[in-house]
Ligand binder design. Structure first.
Ligand code: PMP
Ligand code: GLN
Length: 387
């Protein structure tokens, strides 16, 4: 059989590669982004309650009404935004799926979609799986600010989508209200859809506020805002996310979703609905900021360079130019194997595999994990390793 190459990515995603390597070498895993601390016992109990009280059959295609309503209430409470639970919210099996479904809703063969790089590694394959072409626009290290002239230059009559990610994986950069205004100016008069990947919306630091695309009235009309409970309630393995989009885009999204997964895990939706309605304090950032600060303080004892503290997300990018001149993938593998700490190299977040000699650490870990990891990294002080 000759099977089609549906996308240009070769090999297995870097998150799987590095987590597997971490396991193989018994390394402390600061690579793939997931917390190593438990979820709230009450949330766990609600999942059991859902199964034992009979929430075990298919949920309605758009998601359990009680969860969609809880999400609408949550957006009212946290952003003072009106969200229509029936016509604007769709529950998905995670945000990765929602990104694919949103791209599939708007892209046809021959279309183009703009991706700001470095970018989460599913974006470009998802665009290509729809027969469309990804047009990368680089964000330059170390600030990773948007070069708006390059964004404008990337737009063609075939451009049908642009994907934004704030807070940003892997750089931790965050968008301001002015960034959204500039994007609105650029997109005005086009039929380009915005996919706004906001999975880290509640993990933002130093007193900054998250600006969701939903707060931008003009952009909201052309946007799919994509979220994940995994990042908010520390349960990445539940794989439940959601898409908020205006009714016309939601209809297009559901036309795809109904034939992709049709519905999403019912007991998990029940548990999240109950939990969101009663226990959500919206203060996840506080706990994560403590972890970021603790991690940054510890990292000062190592030869890694922190060019800019993460403004959000649960990732910190660091330079290793004082340790080695190896390419970043080689360095990350070496670090896992010989030092016992797994990270993610940044080059796989670029389509041209640009190597700025940076690795990404996930600090969504117990303090003892971070301390043990940095304890190992401190041994690099004496070292200068060449490939
Ligand atoms: N977008 C970004 C930027 C991410 O880092 C992640 C990480 N998982 C996702 C989307 C996917 O979220 P989910 O686990 O809900 O699929
Ligand atoms: N979002 C997480 C990360 O960037 C995990 C993604 C994944 O494993 N696909 O590490």
């Amino acid at each position: 059989m000759i099977l089609p190459q549906k996308h240009s990515a070769t090999g297995t995603t870097i998150f799987t590669v590095m987590s597997a390597l971490a396991q193989q070498h018994n390394a402390i895993n600061l690579s793939q982004g997931f917390p190593d601390f438990p979820i709230d016992e009450r949330l766990a109990a609600l999942l059991g309650e859902a199964a034992s009280t009979g929430y075990n059959q298919y949920s309605p295609m758009p998601g359990l009404p009680m969860l969609r309503q809880a999400i609408a209430n949550d957006f009212k409470k946290r952003y003072d935004l009106k969200v229509d639970a029936d016509n604007e919210v769709t529950i998905t099996p995670g945000a990765t799926y929602a990104i694919y479904a949103a791209f599939t809703s708007v892209l046809q063969s021959g279309d183009e979609a703009i991706v700001l790089e470095p970018a989460y590694d599913s974006y470009i394959p998802n665009i290509e799986m729809n027969g469309a072409k990804a047009v990368p626009v680089p964000l330059a290290a170390p600030t990773f600010n948007v070069d708006w002239d390059r964004v404008k230059a990337a737009i063609s009559p075939r451009t049908k989508a642009i994907i934004i990610n704030t807070p940003h994986n892997p750089t931790g950069a965050t968008w301001t209200r002015e960034d959204w205004d500039t994007l609105a100016d650029i997109l005005r008069g086009t039929d380009i859809a915005v996919l706004s990947d906001e999975v880290y919306e509640q993990i933002i630091f130093d007193g900054k506020e998250h600006y969701t695309v939903l707060q931008h009235e003009e952009l909201r009309q052309r946007s799919f805002a994509l979220f994940s409970f995994g990042k908010v309630f520390h349960n990445t393995g539940w794989k439940i996310g959601y898409c908020i989009a205006p009714p016309m885009l939601t209809q297009a999204f559901r036309r795809i979703h109904q034939f992709l997964s049709f519905a999403v895990n019912t007991p998990a939706q029940y548990a999240l609905a109950q939990y969101l309605a009663t226990a959500h304090d919206g203060l996840i950032w506080k706990m994560m900021q403590q972890k970021r600060d603790y991690f940054l303080e510890l990292m000062q004892q190592t030869p890694f360079t922190i060019h800019r503290p993460a403004g959000g997300s649960y990732f910190q990018v660091a330079g290793y130019e004082h340790i080695s001149d190896m390419p970043d993938l080689e360095f990350a593998k070496w670090l896992t194997e010989t030092c016992g700490v797994a990270t993610i190299p940044v080059s796989p977040f670029y389509s041209n595999k640009q190597d700025d000699k940076l690795v990404r650490f996930c600090f969504a870990k117990k303090e003892e994990t971070l301390k043990a990891a940095v304890g190992r990294l401190m041994s690099l002080k004496e070292a200068r390793i060449t490939s």
